[in-house]
Write a protein that binds this ligand. Structure first.
Ligand code: PLP
Length: 393
């Protein structure tokens, strides 16, 4: 157990809620939450209705472990459409959110001492699971000056005879960075050359505000060595439904994912699977509306953040996060990014996350998310600006 990490974003919110209840509420104050990693919209009504209908129709029993056939078919088609790969229903394993695919794939691949190349700053569960299973985390730094991409040369320099897997996440959490086509082509060439697996976490694939989302599985030699991780959580604002999937042209890997899911959950809850069919095959207007609004919120937040003394950031191309450089503030006040977030919570009453929640290379940063309403974004950033104007002057 000591090797197993966690997603500290969840514990931070626990601490913040306690602070809000015990300290702020008696003074009639509230926190502004600008750290949340989930869509700030309700699940579209047609999707909820599909879940309700499934319950009314008594679709409340076990299904086959990898998912009901209509859903596997819908996911194969939708993944095929955006990747250009001819996926079939048998290439799809439906699981309880995108996250379990990390656990299952790494479990299927990694033996004691095997190395996994992981983006840093990055989603913390990749490293947590790798270490838990006896693997070694090899971080690769996403650099601010490269729009949070890394270089192919750097990647190649990290490869050893023990390397088994490269994790790719684009659009990325926490930076909002989108990997360029050129970088993905090079990663694919390296994976083929060294016979490596790729876990391509595409949970934010619809959330690209500029440029294009390119899936590494669309590149030569990749569908058989890649598992695409995706799901309904972010695109359809369905985080609580817990539904996601892994898609791969490698039949042995698909079998392994299914077998691990069978040992773990038997199958995903059945009404959620019906809701997911509606999400994937139904009208996409609500998704488009959400995306338009995220872009407006992003632009508002980027503008306001850059007006705060000591904070700077570029407009991220994807997802709904902003990785803000706070080095100037840390140097001036002699504090870490975690201490800064703590002070911002206590003094400005706004919750944001330290970059170190996402790894060592996150130290000079804090992460904001722009899922909250424009009103809350304005309120939160005004509070931070007032506080930092005082302490930075
Ligand atoms: C990069 C990334 N992958 C996967 C997930 C997990 O998604 P799910 O809630 O579907 O398990 C998240 C959630 O924040 C994420 O940021």
């Amino acid at each position: 157990m000591p090797r197993l990490g966690t997603e500290n974003a969840f514990s931070v919110i626990g601490k913040a809620k306690k602070f809000e209840k015990e300290v702020l509420e008696p003074q009639g104050k509230k926190l502004v939450y600008l750290q949340i990693g989930e869509p700030g919209f309700n699940t579209p009504a047609n999707i909820n209705e599909a879940a309700i209908k499934a319950i009314k129709d008594n679709q409340t029993h076990y299904t086959a472990t990898p998912g009901i056939p209509q859903l596997r078919e819908a996911v194969a088609k939708s993944t095929g459409k955006y990747t250009g790969v001819d996926y079939k229903p048998e290439d799809v394993v439906v699981v309880a959110g995108g996250k379990p695919i990390m656990f299952y794939m790494i479990n299927a691949l990694i033996d004691e001492g095997d190395e996994v190349i992981i983006p840093n700053p990055g989603y913390p569960i990749y490293g947590s699971v790798t270490e838990y299973l006896g693997g070694k985390v090899v971080p690769i730094q996403l650099k601010e000056e490269n729009d949070f991409n890394f270089s192919a040369e750097e990647l190649e320099s990290k490869i050893t005879p023990k390397t088994k897997l490269i994790i790719v996440n684009s659009p990325q959490n926490p930076t909002g960075g989108v990997y360029t086509r050129g970088l993905l082509e090079k990663i694919a060439q390296i994976a083929v050359k060294h016979d490596l697996w790729v876990l391509s976490d595409e949970i934010y694939n619809e959330m690209v505000h500029e440029g294009e989302h390119v899936s590494i599985t669309s590149m030569p030699g990749m569908p058989e060595r890649t598992v695409v991780l995706n799901g309904c959580s972010k695109t359809y604002a369905m985080t609580g439904y817990r539904i996601g999937w892994g898609v791969t042209k490698n039949a042995q890997m698909a079998k392994a994912l299914e077998q691990l899911a069978c040992n773990d959950i038997s199958c995903v809850n059945t009404p959620a699977q019906y809701a997911a069919i509606e999400a994937v095959t139904g009208p996409q207007d609500e998704v488009k509306k959400m995306l338009t609004e995220y872009k407006v919120r992003r632009d508002l937040m980027v503008k306001m953040v850059n007006e705060i003394p000591g904070m700077k950031c570029h407009a991220p191309k994807g997802a709904f996060y902003l990785m803000v450089n706070v080095k100037q503030i840390m140097d001036k006040l002699g504090i870490t990014s975690a201490e800064l977030c703590d002070r911002v919570m206590k003094e400005a009453n706004v919750l944001i996350l330290p970059g170190t929640v996402f790894g060592f290379f996150g130290e000079d940063f804090v992460r904001f998310s722009y899922v909250s309403t424009q009103e809350m974004i304005i309120e939160g950033l005004t509070r931070i600006k007032n506080y930092l104007s005082k302490v930075m002057s």
